[in-house]
Design a protein around this ligand. Structure first.
Ligand code: KIV
Length: 286
C-alpha cells in the first residue's frame, strides 16, 4: 500500500508525541523517488539547488522559474510526501503582493504543499499575505543564506545572548503571524531547544542540535555529492562523489582499452539478415 502523505495536522501531532520529523532536500526526480521510498516525511526543494545543481557560489542567482521546474519534478516523483517549495532571493522581499504571486506559482504550477521563506520580523508582512492566500508557510531563521552578506558570511547565529534573544523574538513573531512551522539553521543546541519547547508550531533544525522537532539535511551533503565545502552540521551517509568518479574512470579505461562494449552489449541483426547485409555493402566497397 502506498504511504499516506502527511499534513500540517500530522506534524503538530508528531510534535506533541515527541516523534521526530525526517526532512531532506531534493531537486530532481530520481532522488525524490528514493526519498519517498526511504520513508521521508518531508522534502524541501531548496534554493540550495543553485549550489548543488547549478554550481553557483551561493543561492542568490536562483530564479523562480528554476525553482518551479525542479519542484515539478520532485512532486511527480514523490506524490505521497509533503513537498515544500523554497522562495528564492527577490521573489518575496519586494512586496507582500509579489510574495503572494510567487508563492501562488509554487502551488499552482508545482503543486507543492507549503512554501518556505527566510527572515524574521522583517518578512512578517509577506508571511501574513501568503497565509491570507491560503498557503502553508514555514519560516526560516538563524543562518539565512540569502542574506549571508549581512551576517558576514555563512556563519552560525545565536552564539551570544543578544543574538539568541533576537532569534527568540523572530521565532515568536513568526508564530504570532500564523506560520505553520519554523526552520532554525545553524544555531546552538540550547537555542534550538528553547525555541522548540517555547513554540507551539513544529520547529525543525538544520545544524540546530538534537532537540528540535525534526531534522533537515541537504541531500547532496548526505550522499557525499557536494564538493565545495562541508558544513559542521553535515553527516555524510555515503560517498557518491567517489563511487561516481570511480565508475566514470573505469568506463574511460575500458573504452580506451577496447574492453567496452562487449558482444553482450550489442544489438544483432535479425535472423538471416547478416549474410544479406554483407552482400549489400559490397556495392559501397572502395
Ligand atoms: O535551500 C535550502 O536547502 C535551505 C536549507 C539550507 C535550509 O534553505
Amino acid at each position: 500500500m502506498a504511504k499516506k502523505k502527511k499534513s500540517i495536522i500530522d506534524f503538530r501531532k508528531m510534535k506533541k508525541a515527541g516523534e521526530k520529523v525526517t526532512w531532506l532536500t531534493s531537486y530532481d526526480y530520481p532522488s525524490a523517488q528514493f526519498g519517498e521510498a526511504a520513508g521521508l516525511d518531508m522534502i524541501l526543494v531548496g534554493d540550495s539547488l543553485g549550489m548543488c545543481v547549478y554550481g553557483y557560489e551561493g543561492t542568490t542567482p536562483v530564479t523562480m522559474d528554476q525553482c518551479i521546474v525542479h519542484s515539478e519534478a520532485v512532486r511527480r516523483a514523490a506524490p505521497n510526501t509533503f513537498v515544500m517549495g523554497d522562495m528564492p532571493f527577490m521573489s518575496y522581499q519586494i512586496s507582500p503582493q509579489e510574495a503572494v504571486a510567487n508563492a501562488g506559482r509554487f502551488v499552482k504550477e508545482a503543486d507543492v504543499d507549503a512554501i518556505k521563506l527566510e527572515g524574521g520580523k522583517r518578512v512578517i508582512p509577506m508571511i501574513r499575505a501568503i497565509l491570507d492566500a491560503g498557503i502553508v508557510v514555514c519560516g526560516h531563521i538563524g543562518l539565512t543564506p540569502q542574506s549571508s552578506g549581512q551576517l558576514g558570511g555563512h556563519k552560525a547565529q545565536g552564539r551570544t545572548v543578544e543574538s539568541a534573544r533576537l532569534l527568540i523574538e523572530d521565532a515568536l513573531a513568526i508564530q504570532e503571524a500564523g506560520a505553520h512551522m519554523l526552520l532554525l539553521e545553524a544555531v546552538p543546541p540550547e537555542v534550538g531547544k528553547f525555541i522548540t519547547e517555547r513554540l507551539e508550531i513544529p520547529v525543525y533544525g538544520i545544524g540546530a542540535g538534537m532537540h528540535t522537532d525534526g531534522q533537515l539535511l541537504i541531500i547532496s551533503d548526505l550522499i557525499g555529492q557536494f564538493q565545495a565545502f562541508t558544513p559542521k552540521f553535515v553527516k555524510k551517509y555515503a560517498n557518491v562523489a567517489e563511487i561516481v568518479t570511480n565508475a566514470i574512470a573505469a568506463y574511460c579505461e575500458e573504452v580506451r582499452a577496447g574492453a567496452f562494449p562487449e558482444d553482450k552489449h550489442c544489438y544483432h541483426m535479425l535472423e538471416g539478415e547478416h549474410e544479406k547485409f554483407l552482400e549489400m555493402i559490397k556495392q559501397y566497397s572502395k
